[in-house]
Design a protein around this ligand. Sequence first.
Ligand SMILES: [Mg+2]
Length: 367
Amino acid sequence: MGIRAVRIWEARLRYREPFRTALGTSHIARNLIVELETDFGPIGLGSCAPLPRVTGESFEMALEALKAIGRELVGACPLRAELIRELACKIAPNCPAARAAVDIALFDILGQVAKRPLYRLLGGYRDAIQTDITIGLKGPAEMAQDALRAVEAGFRALKLKVGTSLEEDVERVRAVRDAVGPDVEIRVDANQAWSVQEAIRAAKALGKLDVAFIEQPTPAGGLEGLARVRHESPVPIMADEAVKGPADALRAVELEAVDLINIKLMKCGGIWEAMKIAAIAEAAGVGLMVGCGGEGRVSITAGAHLAGALRAITYADLDSDLLLAEDVAEGGSVVEGDLRLLPDEPGLGIKGLREGAMRLLASFGTR
Ligand SMILES: [Mg+2]
């Protein structure tokens, strides 16, 4: 009983509108979809959207990594996941997104073997989780308008992208707070834009605007700086770019640099590594969010299963499929109001792929 075929597809998904953060502007999200077809029934689906600005992994690197790993998977037992993870780390140590795609597909198979939805196998703590919606970086008045539209659409938590200058950024948050009133939760993501001193000043100003937390205010390389910000900040501090995997999480905890960690499957290498981060954070009393970046429905659904599984995850920023104008997956986790619902079907619960909307880039083994 093993994997008899591996297929790797590209899906180019357009954003509804250009999406700007302090790290750059995106027009298209290039996703890689991997299918692991077994000889005993299940076909495992995984996907990735590499984050080159965060991990240094380009789309091309992820594709080459998936090809190299995929070639080796034909004939392998998909339930020997730890062996496969070891192999993937050896072949592609610098490609966490590619490894995440494989890891997600293995978990999809596991769920299908057990005939249960994945989140139930991993802990089954909740059947739905509130997600925020991200408001891209624009001028204060435009962001206030986008925020109002999001609230009208049913979202009760907004994640504001900031990171040009301190004064403008505070003005952005103030404009949104004035527009949406006191009952909407506002989260702020600076994507490393501020210096330590700026971040401390920003945190003091944003503390007066009832901000839930500030995500990655300072450059990713400086956990010590983040710790200094946290010491002086009246607002909880979340690490995103600074904490990629479990080792970073351990260091962030040791330095008392964070109140919260943003877990992303594309940074850490998949659900298994994400659960290690969660264990470290929970033991240290650090809170958790599951985030995303440029991902379509397949890997967003994987993130939703993780968020549904664990008590320690209290925030979800699982909205990138909502920012995209198109998708190639049917089924999976959908949003009602602002709740990410977990599918009832076995495994990930993706019902199918629109193969016509994708491009087959490589296949190994036989159908
Ligand atoms: Mg972030």
